[in-house]
Each structure stands twice: as C-alpha cells, then as structure tokens.
Design a protein. Sequence first.
Length: 282
Amino acid sequence: MTAVTIKDITIAADQPFALIAGPCQLETLDHARMLAEKIAAAAEANRTPWIFKGSFDKANRSSLEGKRGIGMDEGLHILSTIGREFGVPVLTDVHETAQCAPVAEAVDILQIPAFLCRQTDLLLAAGETGAAINIKKGQFLAPHDMGNVADKIASTGNQRIMLCERGTSFGYNMLVSDFRALPIMAQTGYPVVFDATHSVQMPGGMGKSSGGKREYVEPLARAALAVGCAAVFMETHEAPDTAPSDGPNMVPVEALGHVLHGLRAIDDLTKGRTEALAHLFA
C-alpha cells in the first residue's frame, strides 16, 4: 500500500487517521486564523494529525447568484500564511490547468473537485507539479472507476495520490454513501479519504444553493473509520448557517472536539492500538 507523506504527516491505511478540516470558502486571514486555532486545539486534544483546507474559488455553484470566493491571489496568501504559522499542510481546490503550478507553489495538496475528476488535462497538470493530489470521486462514478483516474496522475510519475469518497448520486438532489467504496478504492493501493460533510450534502436541494443534513456527518464519519480509511475530510465554520457556502453540511467548529473524540476511539479500535483500548476501558 502506498503512503503519502506531507510535511510530518503520513497518510496511510495503517496510520492514525488524519483530519482535513477548514471552511468551505476562505473569507479573511483573521477568519482562517481563528478557525485554524480551534481546529488545532480540537485535533491536539484528540491526538489527531490535521491539514487545513480552504477554497479560494467555488467554481461549481448551483446558481450564478452563489458566492464563489475571494480569488486566487488572496486565497493563496491566506493558505500559505496558515501553513507557515501553524506548521501544518494546507489544501485547496484547482479548477483549471493554468492554476496548478502557481497553486502548488503555495500549498501542499491540490484537490481535484468531484465534477472534474475525469478531466484528463487537469489531472495531468496537477500530477506534473509533484504536489500531493486529493481526487474527489465524482458523484456519477463507481468506486472502481477511480483506478483509471489515479492512473492518469500516476502517468506523470507522481505517486502522491489520495482518493476521496464523497457520496454517489441517488435520484434528484440526494447523495448516498456506499461504504463498499472505501475498500474498493483502497484496492488501487492509494490512501482513501472519506469526505464526511459533502456526503451529507443535497446538491441543488435549496433551489439556488445546496442543502445538507449536518446531523449525519458524525455517524457517517464513524462508519467510514470502522470500515477503514486513512483520512477524514470535514468542513467546519463557527456559524455554518450564515457561511457563504455549504453551511447546511458543515460542522460547527465548537463541536469539532466532541466529534473527534468519538472518531479517535473508533479509529484506534479499528486499527488495534492497544494503548488506546486501555484508555477506552479504563
């Protein structure tokens, strides 16, 4: 099995799960710092390595009226500052081939959005940067199809690949998580990430924006760790209901520590760490 090492974090099926967390959209540097401080505290209290994520552009909004973000220049400044100040890896999305090289100079992980996971030119441009790549599985793909997606990036010589499950389209405005997808994608040899917040999204479910059911984020994340995965992706915000995008499926940051406590216990149990078992039953 391939492990992906980013700074001092190793993402692999046999390692403690890593948390990828942050807001859907970047807002300001002060806002990103505030969230990073709260994520860091929750992660440290629960022995969880973490990666900060934030998007400078949300190019796939449900409606033209949707807020897209603060733009690449300001976004990359915020991300590189957070990475430097907190000493953690940072992740952001890319949507076009021309974005890949400059974005890879500022962040550690390029993320391929689910709707773009079959865009060959984008995948090749991302792979050629040498950065770690987190590929969201398209809502329209079977999990075994992700082997072909990974092969495109691997053809550039870049093996720093993670495959991310985020639910599968199930009728209109609905996603369903099939947990068979995690071991199926793991058969590629690459680490598997479970996107707990987008898996509870209801795409376009509010007419001109997406809805969601954040109350199911924690149980789905627990199920994913029980099945076995290398990382959990979880968007968070201090006031999700007034966030610029994806509020209905984001976790309130004040609840993150509680959520991680349960996830840490399940991951320890699944991966058989005896010191954690002693703590659980003390």
